[in-house]
Write a protein that binds this ligand. Structure first.
Ligand code: MN
Ligand code: MN
Length: 299
């Protein structure tokens, strides 16, 4: 398969999986069951998860992936962001929906979806990335909400989910222009809170930072080698290492490796004023004829 075919296939797998998994988001459903469905389904369809399934609820904006033996369930009336991705041979997709279980937040989700589609329509080669932020901000403000200014989309390269360039959700003067052949994830975040996220205390997602860090602990060495072999530099979660030891042991090893700077930690991100957060996300491939949404659910 050509690079483009692999990019499109990774997108299709994520799209199919996300559509199916969003129907599992109901009050009382275990977040662990939803995420395990997602990750297994991606494998069944011929890909691998590009990163751990994120299920972020209400004022949690991003980066919550269930723990091993997580017992947390979807609350009544929740606003649930399901953010998933697939990879084939390092070619990535990244896509998210918001499932709203309380009608009063429908408009919040609509603002995020509308902003995403407006951004996609204008996502053409030679357009300045700052213009995309401007469009996203304008649509969200028309609805009377705030964009989250310190979260945004990103350039995607092979094995690199965040490949340097960010797409802001507000207008910013930046020197970058969209180029033909590039792949981007576009992801407006909308809130009725302060318009900013801060790090919470939970950490459920990690990525390899330095595989050569010194450790005399045998299990730490083994876990670090497995991380490098299994995930390279892509994000992972403790569930994907549960075959290597007891849950508490694995959790402590990951913490210790992060302290030694062998791993990067991605803390759970929460809205600064505990506002409710909605997000929609698609991956697009820029062609000379315009953007192709690789994660479109209408295919
Ligand atoms: Mn995402
Ligand atoms: Mn993303």
């Amino acid at each position: 398969m050509s690079e483009e075919e692999l990019i499109l296939k990774a997108g299709r797998i994520a799209a199919t999986t996300l559509k199916e998994a969003s129907s599992l988001v109901k009050p009382g459903a275990k977040v662990l069951d939803i995420c395990e469905y997602v990750e297994n389904r991606i494998r069944e369809l011929g890909g691998k998860p590009a990163f751990p399934c994120n299920i972020s609820i209400n004022y949690v904006a991003a980066h919550y992936s269930p723990y091993i033996n997580d017992t947390f369930t979807v609350p009544e009336g929740a606003v649930v962001k399901l953010d998933i991705g697939a990879q084939i041979d390092g070619y990535l997709s990244d896509t998210a929906v918001t499932v709203v279980l309380d009608d009063k937040y429908q408009k919040l989700a609509e603002a995020a979806r509308d902003a995403l589609y407006a951004a996609i329509q204008n996502f053409r080669a030679n357009t300045n990335i700052g213009e995309i932020g401007k469009i996203i901000e304008k649509v969200i403000k028309m609805y009377g909400y705030k964009p989250i200014r310190n979260l945004g989309g990103h350039l995607i390269k092979r094995y690199e989910l965040h490949a340097g360039i960010s797409i802001p959700n507000v207008y910013e003067r930046v020197p970058w222009k969209i180029k033909e052949g590039e792949v981007y994830a576009i992801e407006p975040f909308v809130t009725d809170g302060g318009g900013e996220v801060i790090e919470g205390k939970d950490v459920t997602i990690f990525a390899l930072r330095n595989p050569n860090v010194k450790t005399t602990n045998e299990l730490e060495r083994k876990v670090l080698n497995e991380i490098e072999a299994r995930f390279k530099t892509l994000p992972f979660t403790e569930r994907w290492l549960k075959d290597l030891g007891e849950p508490d042991t694995i959790r402590n090893v990951l913490r210790s490796l992060a302290k030694k700077k062998a791993l990067t930690q991605y803390a759970v991100l929460v809205e600064v004023k505990k506002g409710i957060v909605a997000q929609f996300e698609h991956t697009v491939l820029v062609t000379k004829d315009g953007p192709i949404v690789t994660t479109s659910q209408n295919i």
